[in-house]
Design a protein around this ligand. Structure first.
Ligand SMILES: [Zn+2]
Ligand SMILES: [Zn+2]
Length: 367
């Protein structure tokens, strides 16, 4: 199934594992386990703050980390997991171990509108009446009716044609496609969030930092007093988050992502709490590693175009290195790879390094 949150490039820029292992929480995280079973035992991070791992039906990332925050009337969750019975059971089990139930959930604050973060918020709201909070830009990604699916699919087919995808790849865009199925399984938010606001009515210790890139309305949540930041999929400790140009979404996601990374430099935190994998300490170190990764990737992309002018986006993606050769990736991962290649090409276009021919498919040349 589609690895929606991590890049098809695989695990790069991993920090020095021995240094990482110094942190108590990272040691408690079973990161080396090959088992698909995810231990839902809560890890206490601070007083009134726990992390629960909720399993994902994905090939790559095994779980999403749901953070449980105690508030006067109950608990607030940050990110909710995929809408599956396994995820629901892990949530119930994990909450019971810290003395709560789903009915105690006052709100679910969702870092971005991907199904592994937003999906389970729907059933949680049904059970508890919790409010679902999402950034106003990502709220636009949540379909409000099933009739939008036809538009979504046709814009996806047009987009792949513009990218130079082979006809059979375009024909594979159907209602059964994972992106389409999960697209319809996302609940609408009750409360919209904006950049910079303090969530006074939800959890007043949290300030929203808008970090567009991985999705247009991605947010991080900064707890200044307790010196931690919840980074969603913006900063992950081992994999590089997927940054893709997607049909129907704003152009230049990579420019947004790089600016959003720089926004976090110098923030004084003791803990970085991501939505996948495990917590880390060194925010600046990880941000700089991610910036360097994209610098190198931009050079690879420009070199590919310079060596063979007139390539389509699909062909550029085919020639770039990924975790496995492009042609052996699954079709959903190939689509993610093409979206990511296009994000890098558009950044180079914005900087007037490359230019594209208009018409379908686009082709790329050096300026
Ligand atoms: Zn994710
Ligand atoms: Zn994501």
């Amino acid at each position: 199934m589609r690895v929606i949150c991590s890049s098809p490039i695989g695990h790069v820029n991993a920090p020095n594992r021995s240094a990482e292992a110094l942190s108590r929480l990272a040691e408690e995280w079973p990161i080396t386990s090959k088992s698909r079973d995810v231990d839902s035992t809560p890890a206490q991070i601070d007083s009134g703050l726990w992390a629960l791992k909720l399993p994902l039906p994905l090939e790559g990332l095994r779980y999403v980390v749901c953070y449980v925050r105690e508030v006067p009337q109950g608990i607030v969750l940050v990110d909710a997991g995929w809408n599956t019975p396994q995820s629901w059971a892990s949530l119930e089990n994990g909450l019971a171990q810290i003395g709560y139930g789903v009915r105690d959930v006052q709100a679910v604050v969702v870092t971005h509108a991907h199904p592994d973060h937003l999906g389970l918020a729907g059933p949680i709201r049904q059970e508890s009446g919790a409010r679902i909070c999402l950034h106003e830009r990502d709220a636009l990604l949540v379909p409000t009716s099933t009739t939008q699916l036809a538009d979504f699919l046709s814009s996806y087919r047009r987009f792949l044609t513009e990218c130079g995808a082979p006809p059979d790849e375009v024909l594979a865009v159907t209602e059964d496609m994972v992106e389409a199925v999960t697209y319809l399984d996302m609940p609408s938010p009750d409360r919209l969030m904006t950049d910079g606001e303090v969530l006074v009515d939800i959890d007043p210790s949290l300030r929203v930092i808008g970090t567009p890139g991985h999705s247009p309305g991605h947010i991080c949540l900064f707890d200044e007093k307790r010196r931690h930041i919840l980074t969603g999929d913006h900063v992950l400790p081992r994999v590089t988050p997927n940054v893709s140009r997607r049909p129907g979404q704003p152009p230049y996601p990579l420019a947004a992502y790089l600016a959003s990374l720089r926004l976090l430099l110098g923030l004084e935190v003791d803990w970085v709490l991501p939505a996948h994998e495990w917590p880390l300490r060194d925010l600046d170190g990880r941000v700089n590693a991610l910036l360097e990764h994209h610098d190198a990737r931009l050079i690879e992309t420009a070199t590919t175009v310079a060596a063979d002018p007139g390539l389509t986006t699909w062909r550029v993606a085919q020639q770039l290195p990924w975790s496995r050769p492009f042609d052996s990736l699954t079709s959903d991962m190939r689509r993610a790879a093409v979206g990511e290649a296009l994000a890098h090409l558009e950044w180079l276009e914005m900087k007037k390094v490359v230019r594209r021919t208009t018409g379908a498919p686009w082709t790329w040349q050096m300026v």
